[in-house]
Design a protein around this ligand. Structure first.
Ligand code: FAD
Ligand code: EPU
Length: 336
């Protein structure tokens, strides 16, 4: 019997699938059929089902936390289905700080390496000791070092070479016993007393002031990645838009704030059916209901076109869109 996917992804579009297979023990993976199409899912906070999905959804719900104290750090080995924010809160309570800048990011531990989650000056990659995955072809469990994961900005090997080939089963983190706060992000510099708990609370406060709670107002976080552009284009843009927020990326590139580009293009509050560019954060699209996947696709294309026309920048969506039986990438068709 068909099952609704609406509660299984935070953007919450109406969609159904023939089967949801919930994995609570990694041994189930040995028996699981991986004939295409299948879709691996955590808490669905970076995945949107645009319409009915025609394959099996494999939801990772394994639990388990192991902590080993080593000479200079704590080694944490965490099952894929554990909730990310609860893990961050747990580490602070146990006196093992380090992850506090990544507080309140929705989703599972297993999904976190896929796009190398990041916020407020910290990326997951900084703490990864290894990622263990179930190799679908060989049915073996394999470990990758952080370097082998090929982490980048919102990127990893799990989006490329290992896409549809690996189910992440465990993530191991090394948290140094000597805590070094990361305070480069504006609101964190205003802290009077710098403690892990204070950073944790400030991150939560900042996030709550602009990012809508997906369980109150459906959304999938930043819909687009912050674009990385050549210095030459940045310099041209700064002549016209001196306020454009930009951050050093490498010698030839800067990252620019997509939320600013979208807001300055006048798109805050723009609405198609129940899909709206969020009033507090233009990088977030929200779903008020009564919307279909086609409305979202129209919105994404419209934003991409407007941003291209104004700034000659191509926005890429960060959110993984599932259309029918496969992932769907919306790439801007350049106007002639
Ligand atoms: P899902 O959406 O279920 O899956 C995401 C992708 O990973 C899918 O392609 C899926 O196939 C794959 N996947 C999931 N689990 C596994 C597994 N075990 N093995 C292999 N592949 C798997 N992200 C940030 O980086 N920084 C932020 O600050 C941030 N803020 C957010 C705020 C809000 C309000 C929301 C809704 C989202 C935000 N996100 C942020 C995005 C999201 O929280 C992360 O991408 C998170 O890691 C997704 O976890 P999930 O379990 O919900 O993943
Ligand atoms: N801005 C605007 N208008 C907006 C939104 C942003 O002018 O509507 C400006 C802000 O004033 C600021 C700059 O853009 O100068 C950056 O904004 P913000 O600090 O809110 O962060 P962001 O770049 O929009 C990124 C991540 C978030 C992450 C935050 C904090 C991406 C795609 N998004 O957002 O991650 O939480 O930084 O580090 O990199 C996510 O990936 O889902 C996500 C929420």
């Amino acid at each position: 019997m068909a099952q609704s996917l609406q509660p299984f992804h935070t953007f919450s579009l109406p969609s159904q699938c023939p089967q949801i297979s919930v994995i609570t023990d990694n041994r189930q993976l040995q028996q699981q059929s991986f004939s295409l199409p299948f879709c691996i899912l955590g808490e669905g906070s970076n995945t949107v089902f645009l319409n009915d999905y025609q394959g099996v959804v494999i939801k990772m719900a394994t639990t388990g936390i192991t902590v080993t104290q080593r000479v200079h750090d704590y080694l944490l080995e965490i099952a894929a289905g554990e909730n990310w924010h609860q893990l961050v809160a747990y580490t602070l309570k146990q006196g093992m700080p380090g992850l506090e800048n990544l507080a309140l990011i929705p989703g599972t531990v297993g999904a976190a390496p896929v796009q190398n989650i990041g916020a407020y000056g910290v990326e997951l990659a900084k703490f990864v000791e290894y990622v263990e995955y179930f190799d679908i072809a060989s049915k073996q469990f394999i470990r990758l070092s952080a370097e082998q994961c090929e982490f980048g900005y919102r990127d990893s090997i799990f989006k490329h070479g290992l896409k549809n080939k690996a189910v992440i089963t465990k993530v191991a983190f090394a948290l140094p016993q000597l805590w070094q706060p990361e305070l480069s992000y504006g609101p964190l510099q205003q802290l009077e007393q710098v403690t892990p708990q204070a950073v944790f609370e400030q991150v939560i406060k900042t996030r709550n002031s602009k990012l809508p709670d997906p369980y109150v107002l459906a959304n999938a976080g930043s819909f687009f990645k912050n674009p990385i552009i050549a210095n030459a284009l940045l310099n041209e843009l700064l002549l016209v838009y001196p306020q454009l927020p930009h951050y050093y990326y490498d010698g030839e590139h800067h990252k620019v704030a997509a939320g600013w580009l979208i807001e300055q293009a006048g798109l805050k509050g723009h609405r198609i059916a129940g899909i709206e560019v969020h009033q507090q954060q233009a990088l977030v699209l929200v779903n008020h209901g009564n919307s279909r996947g086609s409305d979202l696709v129209t919105m994404v294309k419209y934003i991409q076109q407007q941003v291209w026309q104004r700034y000659q920048i191509k926005l890429q969506h960060e959110v993984r869109l599932i259309n029918g039986d496969a992932e769907y990438l919306i790439n801007l068709e350049e106007p002639a």
